[in-house]
Ligand binder design. Structure first.
Ligand code: RB5
Length: 151
């Protein structure tokens, strides 16, 4: 069965979110759409937090977050333990984010890339497996070395 994906954006990512949703639905992925639901100005942390919680609670296998640059959503998502959010505005980063970083959240810049590029990034991200091995050791190091760093 295809993966369940939670998707969220702010106003700057809304149009791209709709296009990606359409594509993933056609590809038979299950989608949870957290919003936003129009181009009216909203605050991206609210949507980013709600989306990553679905990944942490295992209600979704992966997340996609979109804001204007992708930077704000990345900052929000990577505050959560167990979330590995990767801002990928071209396919090579998307491939490496899966192969080496086992990224579970894909972040896109809605004001940076167009629909065709976004679809290619999404396709690459979801068709690339984690390589494991030495990369798993490094991910474990991220967890252990940063465990008590936030207060
Ligand atoms: C909204 O104007 C913009 O700041 C937001 O979409 C995002 O790019 C923040 O990082």
């Amino acid at each position: 069965m295809k993966k369940k994906i939670v998707i969220a954006s702010d106003h700057a990512g809304f149009n791209l979110k709709e296009k990606i949703k359409e594509f993933l639905t056609k590809e038979n992925y299950q989608i949870i759409d957290i919003g936003c639901y129009s181009c009216n100005s909203v605050d991206y942390p609210i949507y980013g937090v709600e989306a990553v919680k679905k990944v942490i609670e295992k209600e979704a296998d992966f997340g996609i977050l979109i804001c204007g640059t992708g930077i704000g959503m990345s900052i929000v998502a990577n505050r959560f333990q167990g979330i590995r959010a990767a801002l990928c505005n071209e396919p090579f980063s998307a491939k490496m984010a899966r192969l080496h970083n086992d990224a579970n959240v894909l972040v896109l810049g809605g004001r940076i890339i167009g629909e065709a590029m976004a679809i290619e990034i999404v396709q690459t991200f979801f068709s690339t497996p984690f390589e494991g091995g030495r990369h798993e050791r490094r991910l474990n190091l991220i967890e252990s070395l940063t465990k008590n760093e936030s207060s």
